[in-house]
Design a protein around this ligand. Sequence first.
Ligand code: CDM
Ligand code: ATP
Length: 273
Amino acid sequence: MIAETARAKLNLALHVRARRADGYHDLETLFAFVDHGDTVNVAISETPEFSVSGPFAGALADEGDNLVTRAERAFCETFGISAGHRLHLEKHLPVASGIGGGSADAAATLRALARLHEFDLKDPRLFAIADSLGADVPACLFSVTAIGKGRGERLQPIAGAPGTPVLLVNPGVAVSTAAIFARWSGDDGGALPSGPLLDVAATSRNDLYPPARDIAPEIGGVIDWLESQPGAGLVRMSGSGATCFALFESAAACAAACKAAPPHWWGVATALV
Ligand SMILES: C[C@](O)(CO)[C@H](O)COP(=O)(O)OP(=O)(O)OC[C@H]1O[C@@H](n2ccc(N)nc2=O)[C@H](O)[C@@H]1O
Ligand SMILES: Nc1ncnc2c1ncn2[C@@H]1O[C@H](COP(=O)(O)OP(=O)(O)OP(=O)(O)O)[C@@H](O)[C@H]1O
């Protein structure tokens, strides 16, 4: 059996540039990944099956076509694999929450299957499958700190800030990525500034925050709460929300804030990788 971690993705910055004819939007984003995520297990099996466990398994109960099984089908078609697989997903990340849980699961499935069948992780066919499964899946395939352009698939790795303590908080509202983009102002957010990761993050924005807060005002409350926490530095919403994050100067301050979070919020104190 092969196990792969599906790390949560953060958009440390997200500038929306233009709406495209294909319905997507061109972005400039800073992708970073954290030391927390789902787990995907894959093994060859004569009786193919897919199962889910973990705290957010219930949110996927009605999901007919999970991103894990979609990734597996695409992999087998592309690489001509006739064997069946037993797939298991441990779901720790809230669903539809701006931290790319489904995208990370799809990417982890592709990495696990490539290892199982001994294909190179740099095989361009793997990237093409990732690109076909969603805008965040190519970034999740590599799960390294990177600038993303286009709809997020044109990736340029950059030096990260590993070990930086980060608190993730979600108020328990699921928001649709398509609905948030549909409410974007239409004003070009401009290019990201250049420089070291945390300097770029500090001098940029998430352009999806205003439309997300209009749809789910709870997100504004989460940002205000994070900004009031002792030791919090950069505070921002990730992706299309509703998860927001704060970077902290120390792991102790990060853990203390996590403990102080309202009990009905989901929160995890972790670190950038
Ligand atoms: C907002 C981000 O999370 C930033 O990393 C991603 O761009 C969203 O990535 P994702 O969830 O993988 O998105 P997809 O599942 O590919 O797209 C969902 C829907 O969001 C809108 N969408 C998504 C990405 C993008 N660059 N422009 C868009 O307009 C489209 O209406 C699309 O149909
Ligand atoms: N394994 C999966 N985990 C989560 N969502 C899944 C999965 N499979 C399918 N989905 C569907 O994909 C949708 C998007 O889920 P996901 O958790 O990736 O959103 P997100 O965190 O907002 O991602 P992003 O930051 O990429 O916009 C969900 O609403 C759900 O219907």
